[in-house]
Design a protein around this ligand. Structure first.
Ligand code: NDP
Ligand code: 2IT
Length: 447
């Protein structure tokens, strides 16, 4: 899709200002293309340079994170926090610990988060952070020391009304616990609302662990319903085997589908009977082992090393590992194998070329901003519970999540129709989110 001529200079400026940050360029380009049909209807946004302002983070924080390993050797990592947009609420978004993290990754994630959070309809702005620290192979005490050093700097920038981090790749409830402990120690405040994804015994919320994956499966359910179908009898493939993947599998099974394959960064497993979730959880969440252990335990399963999980035929695909994992080649394979629904559990796992291929082939495509928004939405519910010192039941929280996902799906669909692109969830998500952020920014004066 071409970029509207009134927005062309915005993209040129982003490229010039953020050299080499290719993931950020990709995320911005998709939004600029998607909102182009809205430019004529809302000239006031372009007049006020809203999108140029949104593309420039409100604040960028980069810091040194020194830490000591178990052998007494000193390591230096780089920490980031991208406070991107606070028009709708405090900056909100996860922390990613992965060796591939650099400024371009944190910016793309922070930028996407603005729109995702707007789509939830909840009062949260957009932000993201992380480090190029690699948690793989580190002992528990090394993880703790790293988290403490990371928070020693981060604590001066965050707060329940300012910026509220959570987890992402490499950051789960163990890391959030160490981060919260250090925040509490330094600030002398039991400020529950400063982080989400906390453990249930110290201010965490029911369903937050499950929320992103559950939300993605709920979103697929809505996409199927919009086509007069449901999960019954359908096979699904999920990439990754982390937090999002595990709970996308769980909810897919509960909704009547069968997930036959999932992956990690070294390979994938296939289990035609449907993934045994209790075993998968034990391997990944308790033992913290590699996925290959699964095939060593289950006789009818096989582990395929060094290949893409998208080789496995399926009706529904839920990429839930990392960015740009489905390129044109994988999209063609999925289409050829009969896949009709793709929903992004991960952030930007599908390249622009692959998205186009899906849309041209009539595959229903749910972008991450919409399909994985259940995680951050439930984080906002955690903030709500923390603010009122309350805690809700699992059932009530899950109902709220389902209702939120249904609302996001409806918003995307109706907006796509309103702008003459029925069935285009990418356009629907971006335009609906953009107009919400833009209206808030206009109301707040020149910010
Ligand atoms: P986890 O760290 O729990 O799991 C990540 C999974 O993805 C692992 O199986 C990992 O394999 C795989 N993976 C990570 N990086 C790569 C890579 N470069 N190449 C191949 N595989 C990779 O993370 P989450 O499940 O939390 O996050 C997964 C995705 O979902 C990310 O895109 C994240 O931004 C997104 N997301 C997460 C939310 C959350 O609430 N956690 C909310 C919304 C989106 P291995 O172990 O081998 O590295
Ligand atoms: O990408 C995401 O939405 C997340 N990693 C979750 C963010 C959050 O604040 O819960």
């Amino acid at each position: 899709m071409p970029i509207h001529e009134r927005l062309e200079n915005v993209y040129a400026e982003v490229l010039a200002r953020n050299p080499g940050e290719v993931e950020f360029h990709q995320a911005v380009r998709e939004v600029l293309e998607s909102i182009s049909p809205a430019v004529g209807k809302h000239p006031q946004y372009a007049d006020a340079k809203i999108i140029s302002r949104i593309c420039e983070p409100e604040r960028q924080i980069i810091f040194r994170v020194p830490w000591e390993d178990d052998n007494g050797e000193i390591h230096i990592n780089r920490g980031f926090r991208m406070e991107f947009n606070s028009a709708l609420g405090p900056y909100k978004g996860g922390l990613r610990f992965h060796p591939s993290v650099y400024l371009g990754i944190v910016k793309f994630l922070g930028f996407e988060q603005i729109f995702k959070n707007a789509l939830t309809g909840l009062p949260i702005g957009g932000g993201k952070g992380g480090s190029d620290f690699d948690p793989k192979g580190k002992s528990d005490r090394e993880i703790m020391r790293f988290c403490q050093s990371f928070m020693t700097e981060l604590q001066r920038h965050i707060g329940e009304y300012t910026d509220v981090p959570a987890g992402d790749i490499g950051v789960g409830s163990r890391e959030i616990g160490y981060l919260f402990g250090q925040y509490k120690r330094i600030t002398n405040r039991y400020e529950s609302g400063v982080l989400t994804g906390k453990g249930l015994i110290y201010g965490g919320a029911q369903v937050r662990t499950e929320a992103t994956g559950y939300g993605t499966a709920y979103f697929v359910n809505e996409m199927l319903a919009a086509r007069g179908e449901d999960f019954a009898g359908k096979t699904a493939v999920v990439s990754g085997s982390g937090n999002v993947a595990i709970y996308a599998i769980e909810k897919t099974h509960q909704l009547g589908g069968r997930v036959v394959a999932c992956s990690d960064s070294t390979g994938y497993i296939v289990d035609e009977k449907g993934i045994d979730l209790e075993l998968l959880k034990d391997i990944k969440e308790v033992r913290r082992e590699r996925l290959s252990s699964y095939a060593e335990t289950v006789s009818n399963a096989r582990y395929v090393e060094g290949a893409q999980v998208w080789d496995v035929p399926c009706d529904v695909a839920m990429p839930s590992a990392t960015q740009n994992e489905i390129t044109g080649k994988e999209a063609e394979r999925l289409i050829r194998n009969g896949c009709t629904v793709v929903a992004e559990g991960a952030n930007m796992p599908t390249t622009p070329e692959a998205v186009q291929l899906f849309q041209d082939a009539g595959v229903a495509f749910g972008p991450g901003k919409a399909a994985n928004a259940g995680g951050v939405a439930t984080s906002a519910l955690e903030m709500q519970q923390n603010a009122s010192r309350d805690s809700w039941t699992f059932e009530y929280s899950e109902d709220r999540l389902e209702e939120i996902m249904r609302g996001i799906h409806t918003r995307c669909r109706e907006t796509a129709e309103e702008y003459g692109m029925p069935g285009n969830y990418v356009a629907g998500a971006n335009i609906a989110a953009y107009t919400r952020v833009a209206d808030a920014m206009l109301s707040l004066g020149l910010i």
